[in-house]
Design a protein around this ligand. Sequence first.
Ligand code: UD1
Ligand code: PEP
Length: 472
Amino acid sequence: MSKIIVRGGQRLSGNVRVSGAKNAVLPILAATLLANKGECVIQDVPFLDDVITIQKVLAALGGKLTYENETMRISAQQLTSFEAPYELVRKMRASFLVMGPLLARLGRARISLPGGCAIGTRPIDQHLKGFEAMGAEIVLGQGFIEARTAGRLKGAKIYLDVASVGATENIMMAASLAQGTTTIENAAKEPEIVDLANLLNAMGGKVRGAGTGLIRIEGVEHLNGVAHTVIPDRVEAGTYMIAAAMTGGDVHIEGAIADHLAPVISKMQEMGVEITETDNGLHVRAPRKLKAVDVKTLPYPGFPTDMQSQMMALLMVSEGTSIVTETVFENRFMHVEEFQKMSAQIKVDGRSAVISGGVPLTGAKVMATDLRAGAALVCAALCADGETEITGIHHVDRGYVDITGKLAALGATIIRVDLAEQPAPVVVKAEVFEPVFASVLDAVAAEPAAEKSNEFKREKEVSRIKAQPTWA
Ligand SMILES: CC(=O)N[C@H]1[C@@H](OP(=O)(O)OP(=O)(O)OC[C@H]2O[C@@H](n3ccc(=O)[nH]c3=O)[C@H](O)[C@@H]2O)O[C@H](CO)[C@@H](O)[C@@H]1O
Ligand SMILES: C=C(OP(=O)(O)O)C(=O)O
C-alpha cells in the first residue's frame, strides 16, 4: 500500500516543470497503431501508470515499443492481434481508444468494457454510434464489445449527442483511414483533440477544424510514422497553480500554456490570485486571503471537470460562500466526504456543492477516491494544520509524475511511503502453513518502507512464496 504524508503550513515557492499531458498522450499513442509504415517517435511522454498501461496494450496488439527518457518509439507495421486484453483495459478507460485505429487498420477490434475512475457511468454509445455510421457492425459480448467491418470503413456524417472527448478522438482516428470524408458535428474542442489532429496530419492524414465543434476528416490510404512532441498537461499545471495559491505561494509553472488554462486562470484571478504569463509558462503569486467564487464545470473552453476538486480545495480556504456545480460527470463529488474529514464545511445538493470557506483545515487520514480527488487532497493538506495521510495513491499515479518530488522541491513537507503489499493467501497443507507463512510475513514486515513505488518488490514476495518447496 502506498500513501502520501503531508505536514501542512509551508509556503510554496520556486519553479515546477509540467510534464506531457496524460489526456493527450493516450490517444496519441493509440493513433500510432494507424501507421503501417515507419516508426513513430513520441516525445515528452510522461512516466505515468496510464502510459505504462497503454504501452502494454500496444505491445499486446503487436506494436514494437521502446520507452526511454520520456521518448517512446512505436513501430506498428505488423499488428498481430485485434483484441485488447481485459487485464489492461479494466485498469484504464482510455484503452478503449485503440478501437478506432484497430477497426481502421484490421477491420476488427475486440475490447473489454473499459474501467477507470468511478466518477460516473461513462457510457461509450457515442463512440459506437460513430463506428456504426462508418459501416461497422457492433457486437456486444459478455463484458466486451466487438466491432467488425468488411473492407474499409466509409466516411460518414456524425452528430455527437454529447461533445465527448473520447468519441471525437476515436472517430477521428478511425476516419483517417476510411474511404471518403467524415464530419463530426458537436465535436469536443479540447486542446488534446488539436494535439491528436496535429499528429494525424503529420502522419499524412487530412483532419481540418480540430478545436472547433465541426471536424472534417478526409480519409487516406496509408499513414506513416512521424516524430511528435506531446503538449504540456494543463490539468497538472492547474493543480500546481492551486497548490501555490493554497499556501500563499510564489511559483513559476514551467511549460503551462495560458490559452489552455483560460477558465482556471480567470477564476483564480477573480479570487485575488496574481497570474502572469512568462516566456515559458505562468507565474502564480497569491495573497494569504482569497475571495470565494462560483464555479461550473463545462466541456472546453469551459471550466474543466478535471480541475473541479482542486478548485474546491482552494475555495475551502477562501473567504465567503461558493457554489461548485458539476455538469460533466454525475458522480464527481466523492472528495467532499474526505474534505469534510479535514474540517471543510461543504454541503452537496444534487450536482452542486455549497462551500462555506475560510474555515481552518486540519490534518486527517483521508483516501483518494479518484485521480483528481487525490491531487485535491494533497493540495488541501498543504495548508492544513498538522499531518494528513492520503491513501488510494494508485489513482494519483495514473496522472501525476512524481507529485511528491515536485511539491517537495517547491518547499512542501511531503513524503511518499510505499509498503510491499501482503501477498494473496495461498491454499497449503495445514501442517506447513503456519511456520512458512509466518516466516514470509515476518520478512515482509521487516523490510524498510521503500522510497519509490516498487511493483517488482511485490512480485518478488509472491514468487518467493510460490517457490517454497514444502507447498507442493
Ligand atoms: C483520457 C481522457 O482524455 N480523459 C478525459 C476525457 O474523458 P472521456 O473522453 O471519457 O470523457 P467524455 O468527454 O467522453 O465524457 C463527457 C461526458 O459525456 C458522456 N458520454 C461520453 C461518451 C459517450 O459515448 N457517451 C456519453 O454519454 C460521459 O458520460 C460524460 O458525462 O474527457 C473528460 C471530460 O473532459 C475528462 O474528465 C477526462 O479526463
Ligand atoms: C477522469 C480522468 O481521466 P480518465 O478519463 O482517464 O479516467 C482525469 O484525467 O481526471
